[in-house]
Write a protein that binds this ligand. Sequence first.
Ligand SMILES: C[S@@+](CC[C@H](N)C(=O)[O-])C[C@H]1O[C@@H](n2cnc3c(N)ncnc32)[C@H](O)[C@@H]1O
Length: 226
Amino acid sequence: MQELAHQNIAAWDSLYGSTGELIWGKEPASFIERYLPKLAENLDDSSLILDAATGEGRNLPALRHLKGRLMACDASENALAKIPASIRENISLFFCDLCRTPFSDDFFDVVLLSDTLETLPDPGLALAEVARILKPGGRLLINIPGEEDEIAGIDMSPLEPGHLYRGRFFYRFLGEEEAIALLESAGLLILESELSTWLEEAHPHYRTGDHRHTSRIFLAQKSSKT
Ligand SMILES: C[S@@+](CC[C@H](N)C(=O)[O-])C[C@H]1O[C@@H](n2cnc3c(N)ncnc32)[C@H](O)[C@@H]1O
């Protein structure tokens, strides 16, 4: 599992380094904006917000609407280097594996994990780490696609568990029950969930053609009793 995780991180880093183009574009993932009011509850200027596995930072402008200090991390140095200068200002960037971050326990008020959990060979480990670094009562906004996502199976070869996209990039699509079980076993309470569909343009050097994603969006909270 660890070997696969390392190969996967190396595949992403090499993809980001292969082009100056922004692979994910400039527009934030479409579901984020409507959750901002829920994420903003209880935040003040001392709050800490993390865009976990930020990639090229397309979601950071949306998160800037929240009060507090914005941070971002990714396991690809090439991705972090591509975050446009106009976006990275006043944002602390961390190069780290999401399964082993340098942050203290109970640190963040809000964590965003967009389009990433399905790409991790050990999603339970990453969610446990997210739960560790969230403050009690802190919130996670995450999307978790199941097999109904239009990209599921396209150019993918089966692996146990999961798939390899174009022979290099790990994917594992989770059904609703599996996703809920994973979140809950990490100690996260689900506040809201919905199935959402949106259109994305082609991703240069990664996916040709416009495509429609279908993914379950979860707003979850770390128990305030821990
Ligand atoms: C599909 S991209 C999504 C990027 C961004 N969240 C977005 O919505 O545009 C998945 C990201 O996860 C990062 N990643 C993969 N494995 C990781 C790990 N173990 N720890 C941290 N980041 C990881 C990749 O480098 C990549 O930037």
